[in-house]
Write a protein that binds this ligand. Structure first.
Ligand code: NAD
Ligand code: MG
Length: 380
């Protein structure tokens, strides 16, 4: 359903969204303190061997707890862990070897389960490690960032970066389940929270006008984890976002069509990320810039009203996300960096753009290139 139902107090308790992919279907459990629900995890663990993959920032906060909870739920399991270095710059094949090294040293077999405990970097790496270890072992996602909860843990895209391009080495590989404990966001820096919110704004723009309007009412409570309404608001937004992503992925798992909608703002955004280098703009911050530019271009093409453009930019700003590319970036930098986008076909730049009513978009290379130049000249 595309209807964003009224939010009630019950939104705080757990919710389930199902990703419908035939024999690869799986549930997303969403709620507060779900990390203590070992039963939800152990029912998706098949063999006796469990490898939790996390990083040096998250391990001190949540690793012991998660290990204990799984162990207590099923004392017959062997629960091990591996701790990777933190950061997008370590999303590499070298770092990934540490997962395989650990699994080999422990003599893990084909029934093993890898559990990703962390943000999108850990989730993408663990999924890819699981897809290839002995040609595929079981895999569970326990996302701990907003970005991972609303986007990266759902849909089965896994992988690592290549020195010449982001996410260039990877596989489609679906998890057994996703366990979202919204209380883990209490320790997440607000800058990271806002970065994830950019993807929630994206879902509203491409799919769900009611979600967009709800964001206009609630955005301040979403981007500050100390806000009294944060728990309620973020849980609702996560549930709705997962439902939208699940619906899109169920219709187009391998991105032959509408899954590309999820890339709204990402062609401009990736150019900003690549130009500025890892960590200068967080992914979601670059998407803030990208949504701004995509909305502006859509309006200049006459595809959406000025009202929709203005409201998009206002929402990005209220999320404390940037709307402008780095000072030194030029239109030529954009054109060069956007030319390598995975969506392009035969050298033609394809973009996801807003078109029509709020909540609808298109993916197309059929737009006036002069308007794109106007956008680049205005924002650079
Ligand atoms: P991230 O995984 O780097 O996490 C951000 C930072 O927060 C890290 O320093 C991390 O250690 C820290 N952290 C995580 N959880 C925490 C917590 N609960 N408390 C305190 N600190 C915590 O970044 P991200 O934004 O979660 O993910 C970005 C990555 O996700 C990118 O590599 C991107 O390519 C990928 N991604 C993948 C998909 C997909 O479909 N597979 C979609 C979107 C993004
Ligand atoms: Mg994204």
């Amino acid at each position: 359903t595309r209807c964003f139902s009224a939010m009630s107090k019950e939104d705080m308790v757990s919710h389930q969204v199902d990703v419908d992919l035939g024999d690869r279907s799986y549930p997303i459990y969403i709620g507060e303190d779900l990390i203590t629900r070992g039963d939800l995890l152990t029912k998706h663990i098949h063999g006796k061997q469990v490898l939790i993959v996390t990083n040096e920032t998250i391990a001190p906060i949540y690793l012991e707890k998660l290990t204990r909870v799984i162990q207590e739920s099923d004392p017959s399991l062997q629960v091990e862990s591996v701790i990777l270095r933190d950061g997008e710059q370590h999303k590499t094949t070298q770092e990934l070897m540490k997962v395989w090294d650990k699994a080999m040293e422990l003599r893990f077999n084909r029934k093993a389960t890898f559990v990703a405990l962390g943000g999108g970097v850990i989730g993408d790496m663990t999924g890819f490690a699981a897809s290839a270890f002995q040609r595929g072992v079981y895999f569970i996602q326990v996302p701990t960032t907003v970005m991972a909860m609303v986007d990266s843990s759902v849909g089965g895209k896994t992988g690592v970066n290549h020195p010449l391009g982001k996410n260039m080495i990877g596989a489609f590989y679906q998890p057994q389940c996703v366990l979202v404990d919204s209380l883990t966001l209490k320790s997440l820096p607000n800058r990271e929270t806002a970065s994830g919110v950019s993807e929630i704004i994206k879902y509203g723009l491409i799919w769900d006008a009611d979600l967009f309007r709800w964001l206009e009412e609630n955005i301040e409570s979403l981007v500050d984890s100390d806000h009294p309404e944060f728990g309620r608001a973020i849980s609702s937004a996560i549930e709705r976002s997962c439902a939208i992503k699940a619906e899109v992925v169920a219709q187009d798992e391998k991105e032959g069509g509408i899954r590309a909608f999820l890339n709204l703002g990402h062609t401009f955004g990736h150019a900003v990320e690549t130009y500025s280098g890892y960590g200068t703009y967080l992914h979601g911050e670059a998407i803030g810039v990208g949504l701004t530019m995509a909305a502006d271009l859509s309006h200049r093409l006459g595809w959406v009203t000025e009202d929709i453009k203005d409201r998009t930019i206002a929402l990005v700003k209220r999320s404390k996300l940037p709307t402008t590319p780095p000072e030194s970036m030029t239109p030529d930098d954009f054109l060069e960096l956007m030319a390598v986008d995975k969506k392009n076909v035969d050298g033609n730049l394809r973009l996801v753009l807003l078109r029509g009513e709020l909540g609808t978009c298109v993916v197309t290379s059929d737009f006036e290139k002069g308007k794109l130049m106007d956008v680049l000249n205005t924002h650079c």
